[in-house]
Design a protein around this ligand. Structure first.
Ligand code: AP5
Length: 226
Protein backbone atom coordinates (compact mmCIF):
# COMPACT_ATOMS: atom_id res chain seq x y z
CA UNK A 1 0.00 0.00 0.00
CA UNK A 2 1.46 3.46 -0.93
CA UNK A 3 2.41 5.79 1.91
CA UNK A 4 -0.04 8.59 2.68
CA UNK A 5 1.03 12.07 1.57
CA UNK A 6 1.51 15.02 3.94
CA UNK A 7 1.99 18.53 2.57
CA UNK A 8 2.71 21.13 5.27
CA UNK A 9 2.35 24.83 4.42
CA UNK A 10 4.32 27.07 6.79
CA UNK A 11 4.57 30.85 6.73
CA UNK A 12 3.41 34.06 8.37
CA UNK A 13 -0.22 35.25 8.52
CA UNK A 14 -1.31 36.51 5.12
CA UNK A 15 1.42 34.67 3.17
CA UNK A 16 -1.20 32.89 1.02
CA UNK A 17 -1.14 29.44 2.68
CA UNK A 18 -4.93 29.07 2.66
CA UNK A 19 -5.30 30.29 -0.94
CA UNK A 20 -2.70 27.79 -2.21
CA UNK A 21 -3.64 24.91 0.13
CA UNK A 22 -7.15 24.89 -1.35
CA UNK A 23 -5.71 24.65 -4.90
CA UNK A 24 -3.20 21.90 -4.08
CA UNK A 25 -5.80 19.92 -2.10
CA UNK A 26 -8.19 20.11 -5.07
CA UNK A 27 -5.59 19.11 -7.64
CA UNK A 28 -4.24 16.20 -5.55
CA UNK A 29 -7.70 15.05 -4.37
CA UNK A 30 -6.69 15.41 -0.71
CA UNK A 31 -8.50 17.13 2.17
CA UNK A 32 -7.38 20.64 3.17
CA UNK A 33 -6.77 20.65 6.93
CA UNK A 34 -6.68 24.27 8.12
CA UNK A 35 -6.52 24.47 11.93
CA UNK A 36 -7.57 28.14 11.71
CA UNK A 37 -10.74 27.23 9.73
CA UNK A 38 -11.49 24.36 12.14
CA UNK A 39 -11.14 26.66 15.17
CA UNK A 40 -13.33 29.34 13.56
CA UNK A 41 -15.93 26.64 12.86
CA UNK A 42 -15.77 25.55 16.53
CA UNK A 43 -16.37 29.19 17.56
CA UNK A 44 -19.37 29.45 15.18
CA UNK A 45 -20.84 26.25 16.61
CA UNK A 46 -20.22 27.41 20.20
CA UNK A 47 -18.44 24.20 21.28
CA UNK A 48 -16.24 24.03 24.43
CA UNK A 49 -13.18 24.27 22.17
CA UNK A 50 -14.68 27.29 20.40
CA UNK A 51 -15.43 29.07 23.69
CA UNK A 52 -11.83 28.53 24.87
CA UNK A 53 -10.27 29.50 21.51
CA UNK A 54 -12.33 32.67 20.84
CA UNK A 55 -10.63 35.14 23.25
CA UNK A 56 -7.19 33.71 22.42
CA UNK A 57 -7.69 34.14 18.67
CA UNK A 58 -9.17 37.62 19.17
CA UNK A 59 -5.90 38.63 20.86
CA UNK A 60 -3.79 37.08 18.09
CA UNK A 61 -2.19 34.44 20.35
CA UNK A 62 -1.90 30.73 19.65
CA UNK A 63 -4.44 28.23 20.98
CA UNK A 64 -2.81 25.71 23.43
CA UNK A 65 -1.01 22.80 21.79
CA UNK A 66 -3.00 20.03 23.54
CA UNK A 67 -6.33 21.38 22.22
CA UNK A 68 -5.05 21.82 18.66
CA UNK A 69 -3.38 18.39 18.60
CA UNK A 70 -6.56 16.66 19.81
CA UNK A 71 -8.57 18.43 17.10
CA UNK A 72 -6.06 17.41 14.40
CA UNK A 73 -5.93 13.77 15.55
CA UNK A 74 -9.73 13.57 15.39
CA UNK A 75 -9.70 15.03 11.88
CA UNK A 76 -7.03 12.58 10.70
CA UNK A 77 -9.19 9.67 11.84
CA UNK A 78 -11.87 10.60 9.26
CA UNK A 79 -12.02 8.42 6.12
CA UNK A 80 -11.17 11.21 3.64
CA UNK A 81 -7.70 11.53 5.23
CA UNK A 82 -6.93 7.96 4.18
CA UNK A 83 -4.66 8.97 1.24
CA UNK A 84 -3.08 12.04 2.75
CA UNK A 85 -3.64 15.63 3.85
CA UNK A 86 -2.66 19.22 3.02
CA UNK A 87 -1.89 20.89 6.38
CA UNK A 88 -2.39 24.67 6.46
CA UNK A 89 -1.35 26.61 9.58
CA UNK A 90 -0.34 23.46 11.43
CA UNK A 91 2.08 22.73 13.05
CA UNK A 92 2.82 26.14 14.55
CA UNK A 93 5.02 25.33 17.55
CA UNK A 94 7.94 22.98 18.08
CA UNK A 95 5.78 20.80 20.34
CA UNK A 96 3.13 20.50 17.60
CA UNK A 97 5.80 19.61 15.00
CA UNK A 98 7.35 16.91 17.20
CA UNK A 99 3.96 15.42 17.98
CA UNK A 100 2.96 15.56 14.31
CA UNK A 101 6.07 13.56 13.37
CA UNK A 102 4.92 10.80 15.73
CA UNK A 103 1.35 10.89 14.44
CA UNK A 104 2.48 10.72 10.79
CA UNK A 105 4.78 7.76 11.49
CA UNK A 106 2.03 5.91 13.42
CA UNK A 107 -0.58 6.51 10.71
CA UNK A 108 1.53 5.35 7.75
CA UNK A 109 2.43 8.72 6.17
CA UNK A 110 5.60 9.17 4.09
CA UNK A 111 8.11 11.97 4.71
CA UNK A 112 6.19 15.26 4.67
CA UNK A 113 6.76 17.89 1.98
CA UNK A 114 7.14 21.14 3.94
CA UNK A 115 6.81 24.44 2.07
CA UNK A 116 7.75 27.74 3.68
CA UNK A 117 5.92 30.74 2.17
CA UNK A 118 8.32 33.70 2.23
CA UNK A 119 6.80 37.24 2.08
CA UNK A 120 7.87 40.64 3.54
CA UNK A 121 5.90 42.26 6.36
CA UNK A 122 4.61 45.24 4.34
CA UNK A 123 2.99 42.93 1.77
CA UNK A 124 1.51 40.75 4.56
CA UNK A 125 -0.20 43.72 6.19
CA UNK A 126 -1.62 44.82 2.80
CA UNK A 127 -2.92 41.31 2.11
CA UNK A 128 -4.57 40.91 5.52
CA UNK A 129 -6.19 44.35 5.54
CA UNK A 130 -7.83 43.64 2.17
CA UNK A 131 -8.90 40.04 2.78
CA UNK A 132 -12.57 39.08 2.46
CA UNK A 133 -13.71 35.45 2.77
CA UNK A 134 -16.88 33.74 1.52
CA UNK A 135 -19.20 32.99 4.45
CA UNK A 136 -20.54 29.91 2.59
CA UNK A 137 -17.63 28.08 0.92
CA UNK A 138 -14.58 29.81 2.44
CA UNK A 139 -13.23 31.13 -0.92
CA UNK A 140 -10.56 33.79 -0.22
CA UNK A 141 -10.45 37.24 -1.96
CA UNK A 142 -8.57 40.46 -1.58
CA UNK A 143 -10.20 43.78 -2.44
CA UNK A 144 -6.83 45.21 -3.59
CA UNK A 145 -5.11 42.17 -5.08
CA UNK A 146 -7.56 39.33 -5.86
CA UNK A 147 -10.98 41.03 -6.07
CA UNK A 148 -14.31 39.26 -6.63
CA UNK A 149 -16.20 40.09 -9.86
CA UNK A 150 -19.03 41.73 -7.84
CA UNK A 151 -18.08 43.55 -4.62
CA UNK A 152 -19.08 41.63 -1.47
CA UNK A 153 -20.24 38.49 -3.35
CA UNK A 154 -18.39 35.19 -3.90
CA UNK A 155 -17.74 34.41 -7.62
CA UNK A 156 -18.06 30.70 -6.96
CA UNK A 157 -21.27 30.27 -4.94
CA UNK A 158 -22.78 33.77 -4.55
CA UNK A 159 -22.13 33.71 -0.76
CA UNK A 160 -21.70 36.93 1.21
CA UNK A 161 -18.06 37.97 1.73
CA UNK A 162 -17.03 38.78 5.32
CA UNK A 163 -13.87 40.07 7.04
CA UNK A 164 -12.10 38.05 9.73
CA UNK A 165 -12.21 39.48 13.26
CA UNK A 166 -8.47 38.90 13.69
CA UNK A 167 -7.56 40.99 10.60
CA UNK A 168 -7.81 44.25 12.60
CA UNK A 169 -4.41 46.06 12.52
CA UNK A 170 -3.70 45.68 16.26
CA UNK A 171 -4.46 41.92 16.17
CA UNK A 172 -2.42 41.47 12.97
CA UNK A 173 0.59 42.93 14.84
CA UNK A 174 0.15 40.32 17.61
CA UNK A 175 -0.27 37.49 15.11
CA UNK A 176 2.94 38.49 13.32
CA UNK A 177 4.76 38.62 16.69
CA UNK A 178 3.39 35.18 17.66
CA UNK A 179 4.61 33.86 14.30
CA UNK A 180 8.15 35.24 14.86
CA UNK A 181 8.30 33.86 18.40
CA UNK A 182 6.69 30.45 18.05
CA UNK A 183 6.41 29.37 14.41
CA UNK A 184 9.47 30.75 12.61
CA UNK A 185 11.81 28.31 14.44
CA UNK A 186 10.02 25.47 12.64
CA UNK A 187 11.77 26.34 9.38
CA UNK A 188 15.08 25.36 11.03
CA UNK A 189 13.47 22.21 12.48
CA UNK A 190 12.36 21.05 9.02
CA UNK A 191 15.54 22.24 7.32
CA UNK A 192 17.53 19.90 9.59
CA UNK A 193 15.25 17.06 8.51
CA UNK A 194 15.96 17.97 4.86
CA UNK A 195 12.27 18.24 3.96
CA UNK A 196 12.01 22.04 3.68
CA UNK A 197 11.28 23.86 0.40
CA UNK A 198 11.00 27.63 0.15
CA UNK A 199 8.62 29.44 -2.17
CA UNK A 200 8.79 33.14 -3.02
CA UNK A 201 5.19 33.85 -2.00
CA UNK A 202 5.41 37.58 -2.77
CA UNK A 203 4.68 36.67 -6.41
CA UNK A 204 1.17 36.59 -7.89
CA UNK A 205 -1.28 33.80 -6.93
CA UNK A 206 -0.67 32.16 -10.34
CA UNK A 207 3.14 32.30 -10.05
CA UNK A 208 3.12 30.86 -6.52
CA UNK A 209 0.72 28.18 -7.69
CA UNK A 210 3.07 27.22 -10.56
CA UNK A 211 6.06 27.01 -8.19
CA UNK A 212 4.05 24.77 -5.86
CA UNK A 213 2.88 22.60 -8.74
CA UNK A 214 6.55 21.86 -9.54
CA UNK A 215 7.28 20.95 -5.90
CA UNK A 216 4.16 18.79 -5.60
CA UNK A 217 4.80 16.98 -8.93
CA UNK A 218 8.39 16.20 -7.95
CA UNK A 219 7.26 14.81 -4.58
CA UNK A 220 4.44 12.79 -6.16
CA UNK A 221 6.89 11.25 -8.69
CA UNK A 222 9.45 10.43 -5.99
CA UNK A 223 6.77 8.73 -3.92
CA UNK A 224 5.25 6.83 -6.85
CA UNK A 225 1.92 8.69 -6.85
CA UNK A 226 2.23 9.92 -10.46
P1 AP5 B 1 -5.05 30.88 10.62
O1 AP5 B 1 -6.44 30.86 10.15
O2 AP5 B 1 -4.18 29.70 10.34
O3 AP5 B 1 -4.37 32.20 10.12
P2 AP5 B 1 -2.86 32.57 9.72
O4 AP5 B 1 -1.79 31.58 9.79
O5 AP5 B 1 -2.62 33.79 10.52
O6 AP5 B 1 -2.91 32.71 8.22
P3 AP5 B 1 -3.96 33.48 7.42
O7 AP5 B 1 -5.18 32.63 7.22
O8 AP5 B 1 -4.18 34.86 7.99
O9 AP5 B 1 -3.18 33.73 6.07
P4 AP5 B 1 -2.83 32.75 4.87
O10 AP5 B 1 -1.37 32.53 4.83
O11 AP5 B 1 -3.71 31.54 4.87
O12 AP5 B 1 -3.20 33.71 3.67
P5 AP5 B 1 -4.49 33.73 2.69
O13 AP5 B 1 -4.38 32.65 1.68
O14 AP5 B 1 -5.77 33.84 3.47
O15 AP5 B 1 -4.99 31.09 12.20
C1 AP5 B 1 -5.82 32.04 12.86
C2 AP5 B 1 -5.66 31.90 14.38
O16 AP5 B 1 -6.08 30.57 14.78
C3 AP5 B 1 -4.21 32.00 14.92
O17 AP5 B 1 -3.85 33.34 15.14
C4 AP5 B 1 -4.31 31.17 16.21
O18 AP5 B 1 -4.92 31.90 17.25
C5 AP5 B 1 -5.26 30.04 15.83
N1 AP5 B 1 -4.55 28.85 15.31
C6 AP5 B 1 -4.65 28.33 14.05
N2 AP5 B 1 -3.87 27.25 13.93
C7 AP5 B 1 -3.25 27.08 15.11
C8 AP5 B 1 -2.29 26.14 15.58
N3 AP5 B 1 -1.80 25.17 14.79
N4 AP5 B 1 -1.86 26.26 16.86
C9 AP5 B 1 -2.33 27.24 17.66
N5 AP5 B 1 -3.24 28.16 17.29
C10 AP5 B 1 -3.69 28.09 16.00
O19 AP5 B 1 -4.20 35.12 1.95
C11 AP5 B 1 -4.24 36.36 2.65
C12 AP5 B 1 -4.75 37.46 1.71
O20 AP5 B 1 -3.82 37.67 0.67
C13 AP5 B 1 -6.09 37.12 1.00
O21 AP5 B 1 -6.83 38.30 0.87
C14 AP5 B 1 -5.64 36.58 -0.37
O22 AP5 B 1 -6.62 36.82 -1.38
C15 AP5 B 1 -4.38 37.40 -0.62
N6 AP5 B 1 -3.36 36.67 -1.36
C16 AP5 B 1 -2.98 35.37 -1.19
N7 AP5 B 1 -1.97 35.06 -2.01
C17 AP5 B 1 -1.68 36.20 -2.72
C18 AP5 B 1 -0.73 36.54 -3.71
N8 AP5 B 1 0.16 35.63 -4.15
N9 AP5 B 1 -0.73 37.78 -4.20
C19 AP5 B 1 -1.61 38.71 -3.76
N10 AP5 B 1 -2.55 38.46 -2.81
C20 AP5 B 1 -2.58 37.22 -2.29
Amino acid sequence: MPLKRAFIFLGPPGAGKGTQAKLVAQSCGLPHLSTGDMLRDAIRRGTDLGRTAKPIMERGDLVPDDLVLKMVEQRLAEPDAGRGVVFDGFPRTLAQAEQLDEILAEKGFGKPVVVDFSVGTEELVKRLSGRWTCSVGGEIYNIHLVPPKVAGICDRDGGKLVQRADDKPEVVRERLAAYDRQTKPLTEYYRRKAVLQIVDAAQSVEEVSRALRRIVNRAEMENGHL
